[in-house]
Design a protein around this ligand. Structure first.
Ligand SMILES: [Zn+2]
Ligand SMILES: [Zn+2]
Length: 313
């Protein structure tokens, strides 16, 4: 814990020296809660697999979602650690414990940011994961394990035991450490998962880019569920170049033509200057005036699960 605090203080000092006041302020907010235990998840699921579902999603926190398509399970951006990037403490414990996950047919890593590519978390799930798929340039950061590791370039599809997973272009960045973005120019992606007629889009992190969303919709005209980041939102001028705000997440989902939207990427870690609760409040306000194009946009609590398509009895 002392190491975490020390790193935070160093980051704040370096940020201020470099004139990066936003990053310094975010580091300061994390330092203030470095010893705080994550909130527990009430009634945490111990058997997240559903026999009555053809399509279901369980929000484990941040960008980590357990997606069930019939008998297949896909986990997005697995993060289970107490801290990300060594300094940012988790506000809420993971919605499902690693030991209660089903066998994962695939884990998807969207990009190299610490809140999406967690080496410690990938090691935790290694024994129950068949394949890890990542964008070009991110494979070297995936710890080796019993799983297969595959890098996908834009529009490339990998088939894993009947699941079809395609990397799709989004607008974000491939850096992990200062200065390594240029050498990882393709190391960020979204994914489309297809299985037995159902289609799920996972955005990873992305800014608003109507042409990219339209291109994804053209290739995948029947997306059932979009897992969409709805934050962070403050300061707006700095976040907009890399992230969707709530209204943009709704607009992007309409362009994608997705039937359902599950909002993610908020209230799990502090990576901006908005307060916990701000993003969700903005999303719920924006969702009230959405068109009928999106059937459901209801949020889940961390640890919450929703069946989007039920299995016929
Ligand atoms: Zn990111
Ligand atoms: Zn992120």
């Amino acid at each position: 814990m002392r190491n975490v605090a020390t790193i935070s203080v160093v980051l704040i000092g370096v940020s201020l020296l470099m004139g990066c006041t936003t990053f310094g302020a975010i580091s300061w907010r994390n330092l203030l809660i470095v010893l705080r235990a994550p909130d527990p998840v009430p009634d945490r699921l111990t058997h997240p697999a559903r026999h009555d579902a053809r399509l279901a999603a369980t929000w484990i926190g941040h960008a980590t979602v357990l997606v069930q398509l019939d008998d297949k399970f896909v986990l997005t951006d697995p993060v289970f650690t107490r801290y990300v990037g060594g300094v940012s403490p988790r506000l809420v414990e993971p919605g499902v414990a690693v030991e209660h996950l089903p066998t994962l047919d695939a884990a998807l890593v969207s990009h190299r940011h610490f809140d999406h590519l967690s080496k410690g978390s990938l090691r935790q799930i290694a024994s129950r994961t068949r394949a890890v798929l990542a964008p070009v340039g991110a494979g070297a950061d995936i710890p080796s394990g019993a799983y297969e590791i595959a890098e996908l370039s834009a529009w490339q599809t990998r088939e894993v035991d009947g699941l079809r997973i395609t990397a799709v272009p989004v607008a974000h960045s491939g850096d992990r450490l200062p200065g390594d973005g240029e050498s990882h120019a393709e190391a960020f992606t979204g994914f489309v998962i297809e299985y037995r007629g159902h289609v799920v889009f996972f955005a990873g992190d992305t800014a608003f880019d109507a042409s990219r969303f339209a291109a994804i919709a053209a290739r995948f005209p029947a997306i059932d569920l979009a897992l969409m980041p709805i934050g962070p939102i403050a300061p707006a001028t700095e976040m907009a170049s890399h992230h969707l705000n709530p209204a943009q997440a709704l607009a992007a989902t309409e362009i994608l033509g997705a039937t359902h939207l599950l909002p993610i990427h908020y209230d799990t870690f502090i990576n901006s200057l908005d307060a916990p609760g701000d993003v969700l409040a903005r999303f719920e306000q924006a969702a009230r005036s959405r068109t009928d194009a999106i059937a459901t946009a209801a949020p889940l609590r961390i640890g919450g699960q929703r069946v989007y398509v039920t299995a016929n009895p």
